[in-house]
Structures are given as C-alpha cells and as structure tokens.
Design a binder for this molecule. Structure first.
Ligand SMILES: Cc1cc2nc3c(=O)[nH]c(=O)nc-3n(C[C@H](O)[C@H](O)[C@H](O)COP(=O)(O)OP(=O)(O)OC[C@H]3O[C@@H](n4cnc5c(N)ncnc54)[C@H](O)[C@@H]3O)c2cc1C
Length: 274
C-alpha cells in the first residue's frame, strides 16, 4: 500500500514546526513517530499534502519531576516512558501501560504526544492520562495553553487541539503511593486492546479510564462514584459501562465489550488494593 504523494519538511524546533504548519494550511500534518499517521496514509484514510516532521525536536523529549507533577515532553517515546525511573517512582501506571503498547519497534518509534494527539479510543495512553487527570500543554501561533484531559478528547480521532497547535507537554500528577492497575485484554500480545482499563486509587482522587469502550477514551465516573461510596469491587465494576458507548466490530459485540469492561474493572479494583 502506497500513500498519496506528499511534500516533506523537517522542523528543528517547536516554533519552526508551528510556523511551517501555519504556512502550509489545513492539509499539512505533524509527523512524530509515524506509527499511527503513516498506516492511515497508506490506507488513504489520511491524505495530507505536507508532512511537518517534528520527530527530531530533541528538546521535546524529556521526563521531569516538576514538583507536584511529572512533566513529559510530547516527543518522548513509549520505550523511554516504560524504562523511566522517575515514572517508576511517581507514576508507575503510566510506565507500565507504555510497556504494553504494541511491540518493541512500535515502542521505540511511537511518542506519547502522537498517541494523545491522535486521540484513538483504542490506544492505551490516552485512557491512562485521562484516569490520572493529566493536563495537555499546547503551543500555537498565539502562545501556549493548558487543556485538561477531561476536555481534550472530543470525538473519534478528534482532540481539542487546533490544526496549527503543537502538543508540547503532558503533565501527570504524582501518584507514587496510590494503588493502580492496567488491564488490557487482547487476542495477540502486540495488539490494541479489545477493552482496556487504567485505574488509579488515591486518597480522594481515584480515576478509571476505559480503552475501546466508545468513540473517545472514557472516564468511568460511575465506577469512581461507587468506589468513593465504599462499594465492593464487584458492585463498583457493575457500573463499568455506565459512561461508555461501546461499538461492535470484528473483534467484539457490544455485549461482549460491556461484559469485558465489568470483568476488567473488577480485576483492576482488586489489584489496586480493593
Ligand atoms: C503495529 C502497531 C501496533 C500498535 N499497537 C498499539 C497498542 O497496542 N496500543 C497503543 O496505544 N498504540 C498502539 N499503536 C500506536 C502507536 O502507539 C503510535 O505510535 C501512537 O499512537 C502514535 O504516536 P506517533 O508518535 O507514532 O504519532 P504519529 O503517527 O506521527 O501521529 C499521529 C497523529 O498525531 C499528530 N501528532 C503527532 N504528534 C503531535 C504533536 N506533538 N502535536 C500535535 N499533533 C501531533 C499527527 O499529526 C497525527 O495526526 C500501534 C501502532 C502500530 C503500527
């Protein structure tokens, strides 16, 4: 499968990337790791006329302890998340989930910024950042703004980013002492989840994100409310699909996805300490 013809430009900085995307208009797209965009282009489901390659902006690849949160540059690769000692200490859920993305080749090329910006409900990291209550930092021609993860995912493969905005940083709270779990059900080890659950259980700020249970990553508010009210794992898990709109596809029916979500949420609550 061969993509439609496109022009290619490489940006050396965030500012240059934003200028280039502005110059080339709505048909231009940022290229990070290319592991979501290039498959879409090969299938002709995306046909950008210009690719602005941001993959070598090394300033945007970092994981930093920023006091009350961890700041992660958008160009940080999944493999760097998986092996980060900072994340292992302060946000082990994110490090673990990054290690479940695809296979080693995908994890060495794909970036957290690409995964979040792509806003695929079947991807792992968007639901993890949603469960954690993370914040996205976007830079555009008129400056920088912060977007709460609860406002970020707006539709299928649709985020709150403007076409000329670059996602530069993802901020996640430190939850080192919290219980957590990541449950991913797939048919083959390197596949996307048929259903996935990211759960963090912290004093007063629990979060549950669902993978592949709707057109966006889903925050399972019904489960969180039940957990806060002291429900058992089984009773809280009964609410797993309350906030979801699962679709049927070649892998699973709506009923099967709903059942899976309930089973995985129950396992997650138990693994995270009850
Ligand atoms: C075989 C295979 C298996 C996979 N398995 C999984 C899996 O199990 N779980 C999972 O979660 N993912 C999986 N993926 C997807 C993988 O994680 C991708 O790397 C990731 O979703 C996208 O990151 P990227 O850096 O490759 O982004 P790209 O493909 O370069 O970009 C994706 C989209 O985001 C935009 N974009 C990228 N970076 C930015 C930015 N900084 N600011 C604004 N817009 C930006 C691009 O314009 C494009 O529209 C798999 C991919 C493959 C090919």
């Amino acid at each position: 499968m061969i993509p439609a013809a496109f022009d290619y430009v490489r940006a050396g900085s965030a500012e240059e990337a934003i200028r280039l995307i502005g110059e080339h208009g709505d048909d231009a797209k940022f290229l990070a790791g290319g592991h979501s965009l290039l498959p879409l282009m090969k299938l002709r489901l995306a046909q950008p006329s210009v690719l602005v390659d941001i993959g070598r902006i090394s300033d945007l690849s970092y994981i930093r302890d920023a006091g009350d949160h961890i700041a992660i540059g958008a160009l940080t690769r999944h493999m760097d998340l998986e092996t980060s000692s900072v994340l292992a200490e302060h946000v082990p859920l994110l490090a673990h989930a990054a290690g479940q993305v695809g296979d080693p080749q995908v994890r060495h090329r794909g970036t957290i910024g690409g995964s979040i910006a792509h806003a695929d409900p079947a991807s792992d990291l968007p639901a993890v950042v949603l469960a954690l209550g993370g914040t996205m930092v976007a830079q555009g021609p008129n400056g920088t703004r912060e977007i709460a993860s609860s406002d970020f995912y707006q539709g299928f493969l649709e985020s709150a980013l403007e076409p000329d905005e670059l996602l530069t940083e993802i901020r996640v709270p430190k939850v080192g002492g919290a219980g957590w779990s990541f449950q991913k059900f797939n048919r083959r080890a390197q596949d996307w989840a048929i259903v996935g659950v990211a759960l963090v259980r912290n004093n007063g700020s629990s979060g549950v994100g669902l993978v592949n249970m709707g057109s966006t990553p889903i925050f399972a508010q019904g489960v969180v409310d039940a957990m806060v009210a002291g429900a058992s794992a089984a009773d809280a898990a009964a609410h797993a699909a309350d906030d979801a709109e699962p679709q049927s596809d070649i892998n699973a029916s709506v009923e099967y996805r709903t059942h899976l979500a309930q089973v995985l949420v129950r396992r997650a609550i138990t693994e995270a300490g009850g």
